[in-house]
Design a binder for this molecule. Structure first.
Ligand SMILES: [Ca+2]
Length: 518
């Protein structure tokens, strides 16, 4: 061995020793966080939640090896607002994203910016839909706006280009690649947001034929006639029967199909594509879980799977979301973290997407800012009893008049009852007894026997509004701001005109019936 070689070897050994020691000292062992969120994935389209229409074996793995929340809800059931709540832990009226049109101010404290400042590596890949550039991420690659399923454009750190392939696969692969190429000495937090299964439900080649020609069981409320409800349910524009377009259905219905048969055909076409899009999400989650196993990351990584809100799968005759009714109010939420969560456990307490931010910060051991309105559910997943956990949830939806025409409303839900107030071009209350009427078909608000209950729930609603800094006055202020937009005023005018026309026709029909049977 020459002197130079000896010197080189000594230097090599020295470097190895130093790097080993440094590694043991430097490596930050705080847990990694992988937050996977799909778009419009209803929990009743997941087999771990008892789906009657599909199987999601890979997503079920998270529930089997972790915890399943049976009562997770959103605070405002629509895309952009849900995302802003997840990042900030604050209600829409405080984080500034009330509807899909609002631009997110990413300079307010968010999970990624707080974790980044605390030494986490942070990334955001996939659907962003907040109209401003992501802030607080070491790396981001987002779909512009709603994004496309096939050969989508992506904006990577400010630069836009087209990527060949299927959005769900690209987002899944990019997520794994970013984790693979990170600095292994530092913990990471990655937000991996799928576009799927958002409208108009375009499956990939692999799953396209998975449900071809399949007929699905009809939900019990498929033919809901909205008899006891307010006009909000009849004036929506998200019905399977009337509002699914040729673009949604991708083919013309078989000739001669009318009425209920046509409605069922549309429902099956919708479900076939919606569920095929979910199958691809499920595959990609499976790929990620396998990667975590192979790379030895599974044990120290928290894996969260959820969707920005729930969705109607023909329930009440609808697709889409927005209403505070159960199907779109509920979110799927499953979490795996072997160090603290027992396999196959469940949490029945009512949690909100408002709680996601403080929970992630809590797991990372970072101080939760006082302005965050949610509460960490870390003790709940550890199986600890929390005596003062919330007994009621507060909801507020604003995007009206707009797509699908679901009226503005706010409400309160307890473990048994739900009280909703629709406002603006309507002033209507609905009350449901979820124990005796789980499908919310029977609005019992006007029953005098419930007067005391209504009083109690209104008091609880007012208490929650006060707690969260919301109020009917604030709602009115936001409404007046929206009404400054001539396009919105025009939509309101049209809607009122339609209602007048419908009422005129109904009165005419009644009169002619009376004349026919004097
Ligand atoms: Ca959504």
């Amino acid at each position: 061995m020459t002197i130079i070689m000896r010197f080189a070897l000594a230097a090599f050994v020295f470097t190895c020793c130093v790097s080993t020691v440094a590694r043991a000292d430097d490596t930050d062992t705080r847990p990694n966080i992988i937050y996977i969120m799909s778009d419009d994935h209803a929990s009743h389209a997941m087999s771990c939640y008892g789906s009657k229409v599909n199987e999601t074996p890979n997503l079920d793995r998270i529930a089997k090896e972790g915890v399943k929340f049976t009562n997770a809800f959103c605070t405002n059931s629509i895309c952009s607002p849900c995302r802003a709540v997840v990042f900030t832990g604050k209600y829409s009226h405080l984080n500034g994203v009330l509807d899909n049109r609002d631009v997110f101010d990413g300079s307010q404290p968010t999970v990624p910016s707080i974790l980044k400042a605390a030494g986490y590596q942070t990334a955001m890949i996939g659907k962003w839909h907040l109209h401003s550039d992501p802030i607080g991420f070491d790396y981001w690659k987002i779909l512009p706006g709603q994004g496309k399923y096939h050969d989508p454009d992506f904006i990577e750190m400010g630069k836009q280009s087209t990527v060949k392939g299927y959005a769900t696969d690209i987002i899944g692969d990019d997520t794994i690649n970013w984790i693979r190429n990170r600095d292994p000495k530092k913990p990471f937090c990655i937000f991996s947001h799928h576009k799927a299964p958002h409208r108009n439900w375009q499956p990939d080649e692999k799953h396209k034929k998975m449900f071809e020609g399949k007929e699905f069981p009809l939900p019990e409320t498929f033919d809901d006639d909205y008899k006891t409800r307010s006009l909000a349910a009849t004036e929506q524009e998200m019905s399977i029967e009337h509002d699914l377009t040729k673009t949604d259905l991708k083919e013309a219905p078989p000739e001669g199909l009318t009425g209920e048969a046509l409605k069922k055909w549309k429902y099956n076409r919708y479900m076939q594509d919606y569920l095929a899009c979910i199958a691809s999400v499920d595959d990609n989650v499976g790929k990620l879980l396998d990667f975590l196993d192979e790379s030895g990351l599974a044990d120290n990584t928290i894996v969260i799977y959820t969707s920005d809100q729930g969705f109607y799968l023909g329930d009440h005759g609808w697709f889409d979301k927005r209403f505070m009714y159960e199907e779109s109010y509920r979110m799927p939420l499953i979490v795996r973290y072997p160090k603290e969560i027992k396999p196959a456990s469940t949490v029945d307490d009512m949690v909100l997407n408002l709680d996601f931010a403080p929970t992630m910060l809590d797991f990372a051991g970072v101080k939760i800012p006082a302005e965050i309105q949610g509460r960490s559910f870390r003790p709940l997943v550890k199986g600890e009893a929390v005596g003062d956990w919330r007994k009621s949830t507060y909801y507020h939806y604003y995007e009206y008049p707009a797509w699908h025409m679901v009226k503005r409303h706010y409400g309160v839900r307890t473990d048994r009852y739900k009280l909703i107030h629709f406002y603006f071009d309507i002033d209507a209350w609905e009350l449901y007894d979820l124990k005796n009427d789980p499908h919310e078909l029977n609005n019992i608000y006007d029953d005098p026997a419930n007067a005391e209950l209504v009083k109690e729930l209104k008091a609880e609603l007012a208490r929650l509004q006060k707690q969260y800094g919301d109020s009917p006055e604030l709602a009115e202020k936001f409404l007046q701001e929206d009404l400054k937009d001539p396009k919105i005023r025009e939509r309101v005018r049209k809607k009122i005109e339609e209602r007048d026309e419908r009422e005129r026709k109904a009165a005419e029909a009644k009169e002619s019936k009376a004349n026919a049977n004097p």
